[in-house]
Design a protein around this ligand. Sequence first.
Ligand SMILES: *Cc1c(COP(=O)(O)O)cnc(C)c1O
Length: 426
Amino acid sequence: MKLYNIKENDEQVSFGQAVRQGLGRNQGLFFPQELPKFDDIDALLAEDFVSRSTKILSALIGDELPAEQVNSMVDAAFQFPAPINKVKDGVYALELFHGPTLAFKDFGGRFMAQSLAAVSDGGKITILTATSGDTGAAVAHAFYGMEDINVVILYPKGKISPLQEKLFCTLGKNIHTVAIDGDFDACQALVKQAFDDAALREEIGLNSANSINISRLMAQICYYFEAASQLSKEERENLVVSVPSGNFGNLTAGLLAKALGLPIKRFIAATNENDTVPRYLETGQWDPKPTVATTSNAMDVSQPNNWPRIEELCQIKGWGLDTLGKGKVSDEQSADSVRDLKAQGYLCEPHGAIAYRLLDEQLQEGETGIFLCTAHPAKFKEVVDEILGSDIDLPAPLAKHAAMELLSEDLANDFDLLKEVLRRVQ
Ligand SMILES: *Cc1c(COP(=O)(O)O)cnc(C)c1O
C-alpha cells in the first residue's frame, strides 16, 4: 500500500513507514494512493467478521504483508463482537464497546499494536502518549505484554475519573503509567518535548501511537461492514449511519468503507457543542472556537485532526460535502435522548445518544438507520446515573480493574524527570 502526505504530495511512504512514522512532513496526514473496490459486496458480507476483515485489510496492505499474517493480526485484534441492537423499527445501535476497555478505540488501538509489531525493524520501541482517559486505556491494553515494546502513558493527576484510572494504571509489565502534576495540556507538552529531542527519540525508539495513525482507521473500516452484514438485504439498501464525532477518525473510516463499495446512502456527522464541523458544513467557514467541556467529553475537540482526510476523500470520489448530514447536540438534549432511549428499553451513554438524536431527527421514510455506540454506558457511569437516577452495574472488565491496585508513579511536570523515567523503563 502506498500512501502520500496530504500536505506535501511528493512525500510517499509504504504502510509500514506510515505506521512507524504516524505523521508526515509539516504535520501532514498520510492518505492511500489507491483504494480497492469490492464488486460482490453481498458475498463479502456473508463471511464472518474475522475472515471478511482479513479480506478487506489484505486488499489494502496485502502487497506488504501476506494474507496469513494479516489474518493472525485481525484474529488477535478483533477478539470481541460488534453487534447491532434493534432500538425500534428501522433504527439500530451498533455496539462498539465490547472490547477490554469498553470503547470503540479498542479496535483501532489493538490493530495498531499488531501493525506496529508486524512492521517493526526489530529495534526497541517506546510508545509515549498523553491521555485524558479513553485513548490511554485502549493503548495500554492493546500493547500489554508485547515483547520489545515499552509503553509510557502520561495523564493529569487527579483529573481523570477514578474508574478510568483503574482501567489502565493497574496492568504492570511493559505498561508504565505516570500521573503528572499538571493538566492534560502539560502532559501533551511533555510528550512533544520528548519527540523534539532527536537523541532521545533515537535512543529509545520513540513512537506516539496516536489517533492519526493510518492503521487505526483501517481497522475501523471493518466494523461498518460488520454492521451492514447483520441487516437484511432490503434494510441495507437505504442505509444512513450517524457517527458521534470528536477527531473525526470514526467518520473517516466510515467514508472509506463506502469508498471500498459498502452501500451507505448517507452519513451524519454528529457533534456536541464543539461544533466546528457542522458550522463549517453550514457556512463554508472553518472557524474553531475554544473547546468547551461537555458530558460527552471524548468528543470535546474543536480542531478535529482527521478532517483533512475527509475533505481529501470526498474530493477524490466527487462526493459533495453537502451530502453529509450534520448537527450538534447540547448536554440537555443528549440527556433527554438518554432518557428517551431508556424508555424504549435501551441503555445508552451521552456519546451514543447524540448520534441517536440526530439520526432520529433526520431519518426519512424508507431508510434504515444505524447510530454508533462508542462507549459502554458504565464507562460514563457518573453521568448516566445522574441523568437516569440509576445505579448501573459495572461490567466484568471494569469491576475487575476497580478492585486492583494502582501502579502509577507520580511525577512533577518536569522534562528531565520524565527522561529519567523513559530511560529507566527500558
Ligand atoms: C474517541 C471517542 C469519540 C470520538 O471519535 P473520533 O474518531 O475522534 O471522532 C466518540 N466517543 C467516544 C466514547 C470516544 O472515546
